[in-house]
Design a protein around this ligand. Structure first.
Ligand code: PLP
Length: 402
């Protein structure tokens, strides 16, 4: 009999909640109107877009619903924030970000620098993934257009002090944007009481549909559209709205808010039991990230001297889904940029696995992972020349990777 699948890759994406699907369905059929139309078909869709905005406003604790601009997801929201700031912040062309951002920010900033449109300051992190505050303070200046620093890291779960960072950015006259794609729905957020100017979120990370997200833009913050060509979203994002997606995002936000208080503690307990069990059963394994300030749902565990991809393959055979930060795409075999920025040694960064929980996980998932992981790791280590060398040389063993 096939084992029951265990899905622990919720930072990559989550299952769309069945209630979200139900909420979306009418907007594929009976309620098909275009919100811009001057008739009843359009009006009912217009009301649905407004209702979803209110649901998001509640989740974000935003002062006004019109501070929310729908986008095609987190990536578009991040791009909009940064491009917009470079246009509106006249005389300022510098962007500050961190070395551990999602590529939606990091590769955009690299592109802007390469094409001469911005000067980038990439701030490093310490071994726990915490921002180098001294370097951040030094980088801020009269040319800083925008600071874009994530609320929580997608690989390690490390949470950044966004309020403090925003205050410092404002003192330098810069805008502050946060990629909160991994935080929204997992942590309480109260933007009405915050200094954050812009915030990105994504539907599919909170049991909503894929291809929908939003950019929060504080009232009074000037914002230029990334996508032009229509008056939708009060001229801030052109294109006929993804109505089913928006309705689904709204419902997902409502559910996330309703579950938040209970889920934060329940999911953190599952995560902690998993980590403890793995570290106890498997030698030469450790957790990465900041145990003091991190997302409740994320565990990143490094298993030394083996490859993350091989671990994932064997886990997959057992029906367990997680992810590794290392990208062997483009054949580079470079481990995750996040773990490298934290100076996690190659021997461990290569074998790091991210387990990310959601409200759909339970104790049985943890039991199953704890049952199979020790065997998987032992098997791979038997085949690992590094591990065999380590056994011979002991702790002094310090291999270099080409
Ligand atoms: N930012 C972070 C931190 C993410 O984890 C992701 C998704 O992996 C994104 C941005 C991109 O969001 P989307 O898939 O909605 O474009």
């Amino acid at each position: 009999m096939e084992p029951t699948p265990v899905y622990l890759d919720n930072n990559a994406t989550t299952r769309t909640d069945p209630d979200v699907v139900q909420a979306m369905l009418p907007f594929f059929s009976e309620q098909f109107g275009n919100a811009s139309s001057m008739h009843a078909f359009g009006a009912e869709v217009g009301s649905a877009l407004s209702a979803a905005r209110k649901q998001l406003q509640a989740l974000l604790g935003a002062a006004f619903d019109h501070e929310i601009v729908y986008t095609s997801g987190g990536t578009e929201a991040d791009n909009t924030a940064i491009f917009s700031a470079l246009e509106t912040q006249v005389g300022r062309d510098e962007v500050i970000t961190s070395a551990v951002e999602h590529p939606a920010v990091l590769s955009l900033v690299a592109h802007l620098e390469k094409t001469g449109r911005a000067k980038a300051h990439i701030i490093g992190v310490d071994a726990k993934g915490r921002l180098d505050m001294e370097a951040y303070r030094k980088a801020l200046g009269p040319k800083t257009a925008i600071v874009s620093i994530m609320w929580a890291n997608n690989e390690t779960g490390t949470i950044f002090p966004v309020e403090q960072l925003a205050e410092l950015a404002h003192a330098a006259g810069a805008l502050f944007h946060t990629d909160a794609v991994q935080a929204v729905g997992k942590l309480p957020i109260n933007l009405a009481e915050s200094e954050i100017d812009m915030l990105s979120l994504s539907g599919h990370k909170l049991h909503g549909p894929k291809g929908i997200g939003a950019l929060y833009v504080r009232k009074g913050t000037r914002q230029r559209p990334l996508i032009r060509g229509g008056h939708q979203e009060r001229g801030r994002r052109a294109g006929t709205e993804n109505v089913p997606g928006i309705v689904g995002l709204g419902k997902a936000a409502e559910l996330a808010l309703a579950h938040m208080a209970d889920e934060q503690t329940r999911v953190a307990a599952l995560r902690d039991r998993l980590e403890k069990g793995l570290l106890e059963a498997i030698p030469n394994s450790f957790t990465t990230g900041d145990p003091a300030t991190r997302l409740p749902n994320t565990a990143n565990v490094a298993f030394e001297y083996i490859e993350g991809e091989a671990i994932l393959l064997l886990m997959n055979r057992e029906g367990i889904a997680a992810s590794s930060g290392s990208a062997c795409t483009s054949g580079s075999l470079e481990p995750s940029h996040v773990l490298r920025a934290m100076n996690v040694p190659y021997t461990a960064a290569h074998g790091a696995i991210r387990f990310s929980f959601s409200r759909e996980n339970g104790e049985a998932d943890v039991d199953r992972v704890l049952e199979v992981m020790p065997g998987i790791i032992a098997r791979l280590r038997e085949m690992s020349p590094f591990w065999r060398e380590r056994e011979k040389q002991g702790a002094a063993f310090n291999p270099t990777y080409a």
